[in-house]
Design a protein around this ligand. Structure first.
Ligand code: HEC
Ligand code: HEC
Length: 278
């Protein structure tokens, strides 16, 4: 009898394990199939507004006129770098990609994307560095270096005014959902989520500034406070520091996932980079 019981229990345990495996794999399949972007952080397409619309007329004028937009110091540097060969002998970006404003049209709208080689998200900065290393045999450019900001804003300029029409494909479903969860969870000593400020309280004042929807399209952007150009991740780190949360390292997967979520949350708005912000 005892032996029989044991056997029965064993059998049930195995059956349970098998059922579990089945459910887990079905779950994995379903997780891919159904992403529900709507949550406390989400905005309906008709609610989405550019960050620039929350800014003063003076700042809007600076962004809209290339002749006085300070970002163009970096954009022009990027244009020069495009046709130069690093180390004097490596092929220039231009030797492979020809004219950036034609060959790079629409490219910035597809980042961050899934890098099948390294099985992780890659953003535009990362792709440019991948070409530096793999195609030019040069050293990668440091995050937030003038050089990387210059090349990134030069490539992004080719997509200015364009709108992303991407779908949340299966290969980015999970990183998207992690970005979404990060966006909606309370963080830092202030115990606030990104959604608290940028979805529930946009248009309200905080200190000297009007809170915008926290849209990513202006970046890389020139910020008066920085006295220079900065990447989207630098802006995100400023918000993390603002709520006294852990400041994630540049290029970390958590920041990439946040970038990815922001991309879809703001989809439909035209790319603005190179932006100007306070
Ligand atoms: C020797 C040729 C070569 C050089 C030099 C080169 N690239 Fe590339 N680049 C490629 C190839 C091939 C791809 C596509 C495969 C890949 O992603 O690596 C690519 C892809 C890209 C993409 C992504 C395009 C897309 O559709 O997503 C960008 C952006 C880019 N390169 C920027 C640059 C920049 C900026 C430089 C100069 C710093 C540069 N590349 C130098 C060959 C080159
Ligand atoms: C306490 C409120 C607050 C929280 C929480 C907060 N931010 Fe911000 N954020 C701001 C303010 C203020 C600005 C500068 C004014 C503006 O453009 O909204 C800003 C700017 C931004 C911008 C730049 C928008 C633009 O057009 O230049 C982005 C993107 C952004 N935040 C994303 C985030 C993300 C992602 C989180 C969560 C990690 C977050 N913020 C958390 C207050 C907040």
């Amino acid at each position: 009898m005892k032996g029989n019981h044991l056997f029965a229990a064993d059998w049930r345990a195995w059956a349970a394990r098998f059922a579990c495996l089945l459910v887990l794999s079905l779950n994995a399949l379903c997780a891919h199939a159904q992403v529900t972007p709507e949550g406390p952080g989400w905005l309906r397409p008709d609610e989405r507004r550019s960050g620039l619309s929350f800014k003063s007329e003076d700042l809007q004028a600076q962004q809209n006129d290339d002749a006085i937009n300070p970002s163009f110091l970096w954009v022009d540097q990027g244009q020069r770098m495009w046709s130069e060969s690093p180390q004097g002998h490596a092929p220039s970006c231009q030797s492979c990609h020809q004219e950036a404003q034609t060959s790079m049209k629409g490219v910035a709208l597809n980042y961050p994307k899934w890098d099948t080689r390294n099985k992780q998200l890659i953003n535009l900065e990362g792709q440019i560095n991948a070409c530096r290393v793999n195609q030019q045999g040069a050293k990668p450019l440091a995050y937030e270096s003038d050089e990387l900001l210059a090349l990134t804003s030069w490539v992004a300029l080719a997509s200015r005014g364009m709108r992303s029409e991407r779908r949340i494909d299966p290969n980015i479903a999970e990183p998207f959902q992690r970005g979404q969860r990060f966006y909606e969870k309370r963080i830092g000593q202030n115990n606030l989520s990104c959604a608290h400020c940028h979805t529930q309280h946009f248009s309200d004042r905080l200190g000297g500034e009007v809170i915008s929807q926290g849209q990513p399209q202006a970046y890389p952007a020139y910020r008066l406070e920085w006295q220079k150009m900065g990447s989207l991740q630098r802006r995100l780190r400023a918000c993390l520091s603002g709520v006294k949360a852990e400041i994630l390292p540049f290029g970390s997967q958590a920041l990439m996932e946040l970038e990815l979520y922001l991309h879809f949350r703001g989809q439909g708005l035209p790319l603005e980079s190179p932006g100007v912000r306070r």
